[in-house]
Design a binder for this molecule. Structure first.
Ligand code: TMP
Length: 206
């Protein structure tokens, strides 16, 4: 019997702050491991020592939206070179808590940076690397804001207002519409058990 070759997959998880994605990431890891895959779980901004230092600045330091975009891609370049590509090359699945869709949603959708500038950086930094599957945790803005109000000390992004979050949600949904083969939208406004089940169904198809 010949061994079945399984192409490693690059999976990203997205959603606005308070959509609940972090609750489900541990289950996704366990589910993939249960299917026999090595999983490298990582996040953006961050994922490398330099990326984590940039994350501190990005989340807490006021800066121009284009500076923010450039730093997101600087951290991403490091992340791709040192974590994502090596993991995929040795056959591991990569699960990243956010990736470039977040730059389109936050820096372009919410803060008005030109999409053409982001596309330029995306081509430079990623070449043809794109996630295979993106789980988008979607909730109404009021729900995410209520969750954030009850959470830890908010960072720079989490302190923004309802219009900002509305633009993020719209930008994410537009990304999903433009990339239907890659995106899976999870209705994260449903009860926890239902959301867990929906996530498991998606993972079982990978
Ligand atoms: P997290 O709290 O989900 O880890 O994400 C950190 C914050 O960084 C979150 O508010 C979204 C923001 N972010 C961007 O604005 N642009 C990006 O490209 C990424 C990856 C994150």
């Amino acid at each position: 019997m010949t061994a079945k070759f399984i192409k490693p997959k690059f999976i990203t998880v997205e959603g606005m702050d308070g959509a609940g994605k972090s609750t489900h990431i541990p289950d996704i890891i366990v589910s993939l491991q249960g299917r026999g895959h090595e999983v490298v779980s990582t996040r953006e901004p961050g994922g490398t020592p330099l990326g984590e230092r940039l994350r501190e600045l990005l989340l807490h330091e006021p800066m121009h939206a284009e500076t923010e975009t450039l730093l997101m891609f600087a951290a991403r370049r490091e992340h791709i070179a040192n974590v994502i590509v090596p993991a995929l090359a040795r056959g591991a699945y990569v699960l990243s808590d956010r990736f470039t869709d977040a730059t389109y949603a936050y820096q372009c959708g919410a803060k008005g940076v030109d999409a053409s500038k982001i596309r330029l950086l995306e081509q430079w930094v990623q070449a043809d690397l794109q996630p295979d599957i993106t789980l988008l945790f979607d909730v109404p803005v009021e729900v995410s804001m209520l969750r954030l109000a009850n959470a830890r000390e908010p960072d720079k992004f989490e302190r923004e207002n309802a219009e900002f979050f509305t633009r993020i949600r719209q930008a994410y949904l537009q990304r999903a519409q433009e990339n239907p083969a890659r995106f899976r939208i999870v209705d994260a406004n449903k009860p926890l058990e239902y959301v867990k089940q929906s996530v498991e169904e998606i993972i079982s198809t990978l």
